[in-house]
Ligand binder design. Structure first.
Ligand SMILES: [Zn+2]
Length: 103
């Protein structure tokens, strides 16, 4: 379960934790999401792993004994937003509203 909430002075921040090393992936350009898509059937669901691209991906795949399917984290949010039907303007306004300091 790589998606977690990190509590900060500014509030509860959703973060992605590397499934290999356990550290937070702090920049999307340094992260991949991976899955074992060897069996492909329309509608099939696969477990997703999040890993640091440079230091952890290859070792994580070695642990699985194979090269996994992967995508860069940069594209995760656009794909997720499309699959969730997110309306970006509304979502950005809502996020700005809930991020406002209280008081
Ligand atoms: Zn890592």
């Amino acid at each position: 379960m790589a998606l977690r909430i990190r509590l900060t002075d500014q509030g509860a921040a959703p973060v992605i934790i590397c499934d290999f090393c356990g550290e937070q992936i702090e920049n999307s350009s340094d992260g991949n999401y991976e899955w074992n898509g060897e069996e492909y059937r329309n509608g099939m669901l696969h477990e997703v792993f999040f890993v640091h691209k440079e230091n952890c991906s290859r070792l994580h795949e070695r642990r699985h004994g194979k090269v996994l399917d992967s995508m860069e984290l940069d594209v995760l949010l656009p794909f997720m937003a499309a699959n969730l039907g997110v309306e970006w303007d509304r979502a950005l306004k809502h996020a700005a509203y809930v991020a406002e300091p209280i008081g």
